[in-house]
Write a protein that binds this ligand. Structure first.
Ligand SMILES: NC(=O)c1ccc[n+]([C@@H]2O[C@H](COP(=O)([O-])OP(=O)(O)OC[C@H]3O[C@@H](n4cnc5c(N)ncnc54)[C@H](O)[C@@H]3O)[C@@H](O)[C@H]2O)c1
Length: 417
């Protein structure tokens, strides 16, 4: 009996590895034939999963585009994307597509678990009817549960195995069966009473981060106007041993989760005649941050009697967070677009992102060479391994949007967010 994983991205591939490494046979299914071919070849497309790990797992792990190979699986864990459409409404297309394909091969006694982040009610209202097109009954013929993925890409202290796993089944038996599957690889599994509880708990976690980041971003803008160092304020507040949790300001929120997931809840809340104002406001503040950073760039250049047009600006770090190459919703990309529209002469350096072809930036510049002839260096994402001290030493002016230069000796030409 094997474990099936549907969707082999940031969530699905590490999950497949963990089950294979625990000694289970794994069948990984993805609609992206290119991705599947690369994985079959022992090459990974996810930074957290080195090629060697995929190669070692190949003994137990098979990758395919064919859903039919899930027929024999004991459990199938669905990890497909849940994006927003052009109108910023939930796009359940990949999820519904996966559910339809799965329904065609579903077998009695299987355990099906949805891991993709989504609004409360998705499992019961959308997944059940599609899976029941198989002729089997959810909760009776097969078990169905929701279990949110909590992985934080790039993180090594908390991983799939030691981050508590929440599981909410359609019935208590569904919960028990899904809990049993996850106990094989997770040290702590937390059963809850229903899929809706599990679905909303994931959104609560993401909204919590989004709202707190927005709060500190708003304070950063105010502190800037008041001439107060926001980083020193945060350091001071963080000395309180209770009742305070540290969040840091930045150029805006990126990635597949925080800029997207809270709006799944906002959308669903409308069905219940409710406007989730905290979520909307947090989104607005965080979305505005690249514009505030642009203003800081304009001011920095203005001090040098320069305009953005024609200014030689080096952007350091373009992925949405340190240590990964993920460009999804990256605020750095938004900032680069704004600077491009204003005629800046742009280069960038990012060891995780070899090219930004959409922006006409064909390669990540060599750092030493790029520092030689610029007006301003802007640290947007502070990747490990990048010599930020060298940036401070060589650049005529530095704008640090991540506070990475705070620990360095203070110098007049370096400014923080
Ligand atoms: N990336 C994160 O940090 C993170 C963390 C927690 C939760 N999540 C959630 O997990 C889910 C997956 O996110 P991700 O970052 O792994 O996405 P991803 O885009 O990296 O990977 C998803 C994979 O699913 C495949 N896919 C799309 N439609 C499919 C279908 N119908 N059948 C089979 N495969 C299909 C895609 O080709 C892709 O390889 C999302 O709901 C996301 O919100 C992501």
């Amino acid at each position: 009996m094997s474990i099936g994983i549907v969707g082999l991205g940031y969530v699905g591939l590490p999950l497949a590895m963990v089950f294979a490494e625990a000694g289970y046979d794994v069948v990984g299914v993805d609609v992206d034939a290119q991705k599947v071919a690369t994985l079959c070849d022992g090459r990974s497309h996810i930074e957290d999963v080195p090629d060697e790990r995929v190669q070692a797992a190949l003994a137990r792990c098979s990758f395919t585009t064919r859903f039919v190979e899930l027929h024999e699986a004991e459990a199938v864990l669905i990890c497909v994307p849940t994006p927003l459409n052009a109108n910023r409404e939930p796009d359940l297309g990949p999820l519904l597509g996966a559910a339809r394909s799965l329904a065609a091969v579903l077998r009695r006694e299987q355990v099906i678990v949805l891991e993709s982040t989504t609004f409360p009610g998705t499992t019961r209202e959308h997944l059940v009817p599609l899976l029941e097109e198989s002729g089997l009954c959810a909760g009776e013929d097969f078990a169905l549960a929701f279990s949110p993925e909590r992985v934080d890409p790039g993180r090594t202290d908390y991983t799939i195995t030691n981050t508590p796993k929440i599981v909410g089944g359609l019935t208590s038996e569904c919960t028990d069966r899904a809990v049993e599957v996850y106990r094989r690889v997770c040290s702590t599994v937390v059963p809850v009473s229903a899929p809706e509880v599990a679905e909303l708990s994931k959104l609560l976690e993401n909204v919590f981060r989004s709202v707190n980041i927005a709060l500190v971003n708003e304070l950063a803008i105010l502190a800037d106007r008041m001439g107060i160092d926001i980083w020193e304020v945060i350091d001071a507040a963080s000395t309180k041993p209770f009742g305070f949790m540290r969040f840091e300001p930045g150029p805006g929120m990126g990635g597949h989760c925080l800029p997207v997931d809270p709006f799944y809840l906002t959308w669903k809340a409308r069905e219940y005649d409710m406007a989730t104002e905290f979520i909307e406001l947090a989104g607005k503040v965080n979305t505005n941050m690249p514009y505030f950073c642009l203003e800081k760039i304009e001011r920095a250049l203005n001090d040098e009697r320069k305009s953005v047009r024609g200014a030689r600006i080096l952007v350091l770090g373009v992925s949405y967070k340190a240590g990964v190459g993920d460009l999804r919703e990256s605020p750095a990309v938004k900032l680069l677009r704004l600077l491009n529209e204003r005629g800046a002469d742009l280069t960038y350096h990012d060891p995780f992102v070899p090219a930004l072809a959409d922006l006409g930036l064909e390669h990540s510049a060599d750092l030493d060479a790029a520092l030689e002839d610029i007006d301003l260096a802007v640290i947007v994402t502070a990747h490990p391994g990048v010599d930020h001290q060298a940036v401070v030493d060589a650049a005529p002016r530095v704008l640090d949007l991540r506070g990475i230069t705070r620990k360095m000796p203070r110098v007049a030409h370096v400014e923080q967010l």
